[in-house]
Design a protein around this ligand. Structure first.
Ligand code: ACM
Length: 610
């Protein structure tokens, strides 16, 4: 059977054409949109879960084409670009599912990057730029360093990239020398015609010195300019988040992302492996969690929400976790695990009984369109299941912080639950936010008793008793305002404001672009034109631990689609995390990035045009 499928945007509608060289009786089109679909004409919506839909089509005669017209159910949504078209579409005929062609081009359209023009004299091709560079004139030919354990991570990175090894037995003897005046991640490289010396604040500083040398060697043809680089980051938290729940990113992709991060001196991976659509970490305490939710599609507990096709997905074993952690550690990157609760928990609730109140008749719907995605804090099972999951996750990760999610509880959450109403009366809680704050506080207390710090999205500061408490680390994502407020309420914060740091947003407003739009579009320049410590809020400086880029996977159907969403915008993020306020202008960033093209090519990582 030869099937054809195409989809395109026309105004607020999506025109889909389905054809076959064989007569089809009772075909059903299965697909996923970014949000809940509605049928305008040409079929009957017979099943929907969040953005996933199944539309019964009329019989299609051999050689005929059928037109189905879809729209977004929410009248405020209209399709903005190709990522808003039906993803992972397939056709069910009788009991058999047939893959359809994608129907349109998937992903960012790539174009050659601007050619690398010579940089102004005395400018180093380094992102993030060093804090201080004092050229002294002349050049020195550099090929390799004498091996030292502190340089192993950068050397392994060079070898993975297919570059000449960074360390060789006959390399330059420049072992790192501790200089207590430097911060632990700081270093000072003194390059002269007689060689090189490396002073460091600690082993991380030595690693970053080696990354700088690796970069300069590659981008300056081995001829290093003489002078002194004195460098250290502005912030200790320089993160990148990856949503592996909506799309299952392979371990190989995660390892390559760690390499990209390392090249840009980022040091935290926020691993989002659980959400409404899947819980991908294989846990001994609840093996059913990953077993039942890691695959989505035909015959699975979860249908193909967010573009999975007939059946797709995967889970991360303990061995996978160990591989990722070892790779990260060698690159001085710590991995923050996230268990997404209480909302965004549809998969968790489906896989393990007991997390919902059977008497709950509420109709609250999450922004993604789920009716049952929030764990109920008044169910006794909740307090067995969540602690067991937290304890096992914490035991797998060396970082003594566990992120507990807490974003986007649906409006009116728990209002239909008699058990929560009784809890509210007992605990003196007046609103759903109070209930959420009460729940998060108890979860954070459980972690704190085990020496683990809780982290959460900004909403965890809500609630009448100040929310989660326990010195939790909060992530400000809708903008910087919630981070400022949380900092003033005594929380440490990481700034990841969507308009500047959400790399799933489209680069432009072009209908032929690719990406989300809820927080506007995010061209490269916008990654730079903000300050993690807003000018009008200098008082929060001691509370701002750093910055983070986020990548959400709702419309990712292949790992490679994420590459040009992340690059080049991750360069801007790296500048925000490392350099002092406002140091690099968009023009300077645009001038340096093309010099990195060979390094990204060596990592086989596609970059979007800019
Ligand atoms: C988020 O983007 N919902 C944290």
């Amino acid at each position: 059977m030869n099937l054809s499928f195409s989809a395109r945007i026309e105004g607020a509608q999506i025109l889909c054409d389905i054809g076959s060289d064989t007569a089809l009786v009772g075909p059903v089109l299965c697909f996923s949109l970014i949000a809940a679909p509605r049928v305008v004409s040409g079929g009957v919506l017979q099943r929907r879960l969040a953005g996933y839909g199944e539309v019964a089509l009329p019989d299609i005669a051999a050689g005929q084409n059928h037109r189905l017209v879809l729209a977004y159910d929410n009248p405020d949504y209209s399709p903005k670009n190709r990522a808003w078209l039906p993803l992972g579409a397939y056709l069910r005929v009788g009991k058999t599912a047939h893959t359809l062609p994608a129907g349109f081009d998937l992903g960012v359209h790539l174009a050659p990057l601007p050619a690398a023009a010579p940089l102004p004299a005395q400018t180093l091709p380094l992102i993030p730029p060093p804090q201080d560079w004092q050229p002294s004139g002349g050049e020195w030919e550099f090929s390799a360093l004498r091996p030292d354990p502190a340089y192993d991570g950068a050397d392994a990175l060079a070898r993975r990239m297919g570059l000449a090894p960074l360390t060789q037995p006959d390399g330059q003897a420049a072992h790192p020398v501790i200089d207590p005046s430097l911060p632990s991640e700081g270093y000072r490289l003194t390059i002269s015609q007689s060689g090189l010396t490396i002073a460091v604040g600690g082993t991380a500083g030595a690693h970053y010195a080696a990354i700088t040398l690796l970069t300069l060697r590659s981008l300056m043809g081995g001829k290093l300019p003489c002078g002194t680089i004195t460098d250290a980051p502005r912030f200790g938290w320089r993160g990148q988040h990856l949503d592996c729940a909506r799309h299952f990113f392979s371990v190989d992709f995660i390892l390559r992302l760690l390499d990209v991060m390392a090249l840009l001196k980022l040091n935290r991976l926020h691993w989002h492996f659980a959400d409404d659509e899947a819980f991908r970490l294989e846990l001994n305490c609840y093996p059913d969690l990953a077993r039942k939710t890691s695959l989505r599609g035909e015959g699975q507990l979860m249908p193909a929400v967010f573009g999975g096709g007939i059946c797709s997905g995967g889970s991360y074993s303990r061995a996978d976790v160990a591989r990722i952690l070892a790779h990260a550690e060698a690159l001085h990157i710590q991995v923050l695990p996230e268990i997404e609760i209480p909302a965004h928990s549809h998969a968790l609730i489906k896989a393990i009984p007991g997390l919902r109140d059977p008497g709950d008749n509420g109709e609250e719907m999450s922004v993604q369109g789920y009716l049952d995605n929030i764990v109920n804090p008044a169910m006794p099972a909740t307090w067995d299941i969540l602690p067991a999951i937290m304890d096992e996750v914490a035991s797998l990760f060396p970082m003594p912080i566990v992120h507990l999610g807490c974003d986007e509880a649906p409006h009116g959450a728990w209002a239909g639950s008699p058990a929560v109403r009784a809890l509210m009366a007992r605990e003196g809680l007046g609103t759903w936010a109070d209930v959420q704050g009460w729940m998060m506080e108890k979860l954070a207390a459980h972690l704190a008793a085990r020496g683990i710090r809780a982290a959460a999205w900004e909403e965890a500061a809500k609630g009448k008793n100040g929310g989660i408490g326990h010195g939790a680390l909060l992530f400000s994502w809708t903008g910087q305002g919630p981070g400022v407020a949380a900092a003033r309420a005594g929380y440490d914060v990481v700034m990841c404001p969507a308009p500047h740091a959400y790399f799933d947003l489209a680069h432009s407003a072009d209908i032929d672009d690719w990406g989300a739009r809820w927080a506007g579009v995010l061209p490269l320049d916008n990654t730079l034109n903000w300050d993690p410590i807003p000018a009008d809020s200098p008082d929060i400086a001691p509370r701002v631990l750093g910055v983070q880029g986020c990548f959400w996977g709702e419309f990712t159907t292949a790992d490679s689609q994420a590459e040009p969403m992340i690059a080049p915008r991750i360069f801007g993020l790296a500048c925000k995390g490392w350099e002092q306020k406002g140091a690099t202008t968009p023009a300077q960033l645009r001038a340096v990035i093309p010099h990195y093209a060979p390094l990204f090519a060596a990592m086989n990582w596609a970059m979007a045009p800019f």
